[in-house]
Design a protein around this ligand. Structure first.
Ligand SMILES: Cc1cc2nc3c(=O)[nH]c(=O)nc-3n(C[C@H](O)[C@H](O)[C@H](O)COP(=O)(O)OP(=O)(O)OC[C@H]3O[C@@H](n4cnc5c(N)ncnc54)[C@H](O)[C@@H]3O)c2cc1C
Length: 417
């Protein structure tokens, strides 16, 4: 079978399918395999799968297991709420891990190599088509590759997605800057590297956490671009970065000089779609469900997709090794499309909550301060075992209306007025 795309999603799927005994060829357009960006957060619904793959110990050795995730207000720096990640690990059975993207990518690449995946670079797929008993992809070079099944893990700008829907990436008008602070900097010495911290502010947020055993502090600065809102093409530039964080607390502003200023990531997602399977061609990862990153589940969903597909291949494989692809793919689509729709829509809503201003910001802060650290009603739907069938998918949380917050009158007079 063929997997198109050697990102975290494609590599995870290639490993999962080769584990089921299938011969897998992975086609990647870039001349070399790799990942850009710095850190990535992996929640227990991903580390559970890495453990099943026999890769969790290696991932642990490359990453950091933080003690807590703390949310603070970006304007005054005050703590709003926290997750105790040691307790969270006990609850879900698997850790919350943060790791350098290139380390995670390298780990999956090595695992694919050991599993016998045929890894091919400089292979840009330009078209996909179903054949009688399988599917064919054609490369920019003109070469064609055929297999019983093709997985399109070709990212946000997927060439395969056009088979399913005529849509475009949706701009959020937000842009992300990334950067790392080396260990010798006072900022690192003065920061608790055991915490993943997110500062939420009006139209912006700032995240930091330690990477590579405390060798560096990973930082992400995200803000709404006035130029994007005005319809200008050159949006998200460094001058906008400085202006966006001008009103934030010292702890945030002191991190800005360490952001890489030559590259920024404009943030797009797409509207959810319910069909991911077209004959013997299936979408996986960001090609199917690119989210906004606010609940840190994009790569996690991609890894889950590969695991679920692998499990259903195992369940629909006859003794002679032939796979009932129609049944396996239907089972994959039946459970994953709805789960990922939930994650995509929740990510949008979570981002809106982070970026509130004025009274709504006060209401959010009051609700977050009132939350019990050990209340898991907002994570149980996400961090538990990955569902293989729709009936295993947990119920979602019940949203709390902002105007239920104790803000105004006496509450405001005594607090944030
Ligand atoms: C600022 C930011 C922070 C994030 N933080 C997190 C986080 O903490 N946790 C998390 O889980 N997710 C996070 N995400 C989301 C996550 O990075 C993505 O969802 C994930 O990397 C998608 O993986 P993918 O393999 O599906 O796609 P991609 O990573 O886009 O990989 C697609 C691959 O396909 C190749 N390709 C594309 N077109 C072709 C073609 N035509 N032919 C052949 N190859 C092709 C590309 O070169 C690439 O290698 C974050 C995203 C951003 C922007």
């Amino acid at each position: 079978m063929i997997v198109v795309g050697g990102g975290l999603g494609g590599l995870g799927a290639a490993f999962s399918l080769s584990r089921q005994g299938l011969a897998v060829r992975l086609l990647e357009s870039a001349p070399a395999f790799g990942e850009v960006g710095a850190g990535i957060q992996l929640a227990p619904n991903c580390t559970r799968i890495l453990d099943d793959y026999g890769l969790l110990d290696e991932a642990r050795s490359l990453g950091v297991l933080p003690d807590a995730m703390v949310m603070r207000d970006a304007v005054d720096g005050a703590e709003l709420t926290r997750l105790d990640l040691r307790h969270l690990e006990e609850r879900y059975g698997y850790p919350y891990l943060v790791v350098h993207r290139s380390d995670l990518h390298g780990l999956l690449l090595r695992a694919c190599g050991r599993a016998g995946v045929e890894l091919v670079n400089d292979a840009r797929v330009t078209s996909y088509e179903n054949t009688g008993g399988g599917a064919r992809v054609t490369l920019a070079s003109g070469a064609a590759h055929e297999a019983g099944m093709v997985i399109a893990a070709d990212g946000l700008h997927s060439a395969a997605r056009g088979l399913f829907v005529d849509d475009r990436p949706v701009s959020s008008a937000y842009v992300a800057y990334r950067g790392t602070v080396p260990a010798e900097q006072p900022r690192v010495r003065n920061t608790d590297l055991g915490e993943v911290v997110v500062y939420v502010g009006p139209h912006c947020h700032f995240v930091h956490y330690g990477l590579r055993g405390g060798e560096m502090l990973n930082q992400v600065a995200v803000f709404e671009s006035p130029k994007a809102l005005a319809g200008q093409d050159d949006w998200g530039t460094p001058d906008e970065l400085d202006a966006a964080f001008a009103g934030t607390c010292d702890a945030v502003r002191e991190g800005l000089p360490f952001m890489w200023r030559g590259k920024w990531w404009r943030m797009f997602d797409r509207n959810p779609i319910s069909r991911w399977v077209h004959g013997r061609i299936a979408l996986l990862g960001d090609s199917a469900h690119p989210p906004l990153q606010y609940i840190a589940q994009g790569a996690v969903m991609a890894v889950e997709d590969g695991w679920v597909l692998g499990e259903h291949v195992g369940l629909h494989r006859a003794g002679d090794g032939t796979v009932d692809w129609t049944a396996a793919l239907a089972a994959y689509e039946a459970v994953r499309a709805e789960h990922c729709r939930r994650v995509q829509t929740t990510s949008r809503a979570w981002g809106e909550l982070w970026h509130l201003d004025g009274l709504a910001r006060e209401q959010r802060n009051a609700l977050l301060r009132a939350r019990d650290t050990y209340d898991y009603s907002f994570t149980d739907w996400l961090y538990g075992p990955t569902a293989l069938t729709p009936d295993q998918e947990p119920d979602m949380f019940t949203p709390v209306p902002l105007d239920s917050a104790a803000v105004g009158g006496a509450a405001l007079a005594g607090g944030a007025a």
